[in-house]
Design a protein. Structure first.
Length: 280
């Protein structure tokens, strides 16, 4: 982590990842980038469905290969790059046939390292193989939900899942949320943990830095007017005035389960996640 000299009050608390020690180039590969419209929390009719999003620095989208369909073709990491659209580092990889693609990098991989996607690949960080070929206890990331469907699970910085067991065509995987889930044993996964594990230690230091990231302010409901929030209004500071906590739209929140009781994927959950208070 990089700390700053406190020459302003905001710099006193600010810290960031030491990118110069990791990143090898500042310019992305042009043919793998394109502009992309950001919907900043709005749905198809333009209404805000996710609050506190908007603005931020302009971004180029890097096309990341989550399909990993170049099987049995060795690849080499040419450069390690920063991606403003995700928390982990990405790498420009060149395959033996000359094609270049962006991939999500594991923690210990550097420029010049090699990996391969194969059924019988070595258990080496960065290599990719089916879950049924991965020993119990191994840390994995970029996990497929359906074989050939592309990596969907465990893609954020510093995250990893653990292979627990193989049984009846399924592999039990412990996810970062502590939920244990059954995944098809023919689904592919990458060995290791996602890069940039220090990202969670970063302190933005000032409000403006969160605005650069496209994060807008969060206003307390009790500071609003009654027309805007159930907690609004009152002379001076008041309690919320409702028995249960509610959203701005009046829906009950805080402990209220929102998952559909008959969701199709419930059969693949072995155990639910453990919350911070120790309850499931």
């Amino acid at each position: 982590m990089k700390a700053y000299r406190p020459y302003t009050p905001s710099r006193r608390q600010a810290s960031t990842v030491a990118y110069r020690d990791v990143i090898t180039t500042n310019e992305p590969h042009k043919s793998l980038t394109f502009g992309r419209k950001r919907f900043v929390g709005r749905n198809n009719v333009g209404r805000i469905t996710v609050r506190h999003k908007g603005g931020g620095h302009k971004r180029l989208y890097r096309e990341i290969d989550f399909k990993y369909d170049k099987i049995n073709i060795p690849a080499k990491v040419e450069s390690v790059e920063y991606d403003p659209n995700r928390s982990g580092f990405i790498g420009l990889t060149v395959y033996q046939d000359g094609e270049r693609r962006y991939t999500l990098l594991p923690g210990s991989v550097k420029a010049g390292d090699k990996f391969i996607i194969a059924q019988d690949a070595d258990l080496k960080t960065g290599n990719r193989l089916p879950l049924k070929k991965i020993p119990v206890g191994t840390f994995v990331y970029n996990i497929e939900v359906h074989p050939g469907g592309g990596a969907k699970l465990v893609r954020s910085a510093g995250s990893f899942a653990q292979v627990l067991s193989n049984d009846a065509g399924y592999t039990n995987v412990k996810l970062p949320s502590t939920e244990i889930r059954r995944v098809n044993e023919n689904a592919w996964a990458s060995i290791g943990t996602v890069s940039n594990e220090e990202q969670k230690l970063m302190n933005l230091g000032k409000a403006g830095r969160s605005r650069w990231l496209g994060i807008r302010p969060t206003v307390r409901g009790s500071a609003m007017n009654p027309v805007d929030h159930p907690y609004g209004g009152g002379e001076g500071r008041q309690g919320r005035g409702t028995r249960r906590p509610k959203t701005a739209h009046g829906k009950v929140t805080g402990g209220h389960k929102t998952r559909h009781p008959k969701k199709y994927s419930n059969v693949f959950r072995v155990t639910r996640r453990i919350k911070k208070n120790g309850r499931k």
